[in-house]
Ligand binder design. Structure first.
Ligand SMILES: CCCCCCCCCCCCCC(=O)O
Length: 132
């Protein structure tokens, strides 16, 4: 499966602006921009197991494509939404529980990189991962 493996964040694109739009304060943004995020993805058909570890926390998430689940960001912001897979693009559509606003995220593998894109209230960002 395309996404399977261990990934470590290599660089960010516009991530600070994105976090600012999300309402994250400057101190947390500075820390989060260098969070040493690692994700391990295991896909088995429509089922995914994701292990996320960073300077902030380690969490394990299970989800099924098309099925809504809850997820909390490292700062405690709660989201609810689901992932879908179209071709080689994973698209997650989530809503914040505190204000109802939508956060869209995609994952694609390009060459030896996994690119995760984010959009929130008109601000786009990317985090680019390399195989760990
Ligand atoms: C301010 C930091 C914002 C980071 C946005 C993360 C969006 C994550 C969407 C949901 C992820 C579900 C679990 C997963 O597949 O890794």
């Amino acid at each position: 499966m395309t996404f399977n493996g261990n990934w470590k964040v290599d660089r960010n694109d516009n991530y600070e602006k994105f976090m600012e739009q999300m309402g994250i304060n400057m101190v947390k943004r500075k820390l989060a921009a260098h969070d040493n995020l690692k994700i391990t993805i295991e896909q088995n058909g429509d089922s995914f197991h994701v292990k996320e570890s960073s300077n902030f926390r380690t969490v394990e998430i299970d989800f099924t494509l098309g099925v809504t689940f809850d997820y909390s960001l490292a700062d405690g912001t709660e989201l609810s939404g689901s992932w879908k897979l179209e071709g080689d693009v994973l698209t997650g559509t989530f809503n914040r529980k505190d204000n109802g606003k939508q956060l869209i995220t995609t994952r694609i593998v390009q060459g030896d990189e996994l690119i995760q894109s984010y959009n929130y209230e008109g601000v786009d960002a990317k985090r680019i991962f390399k195989r760990a």
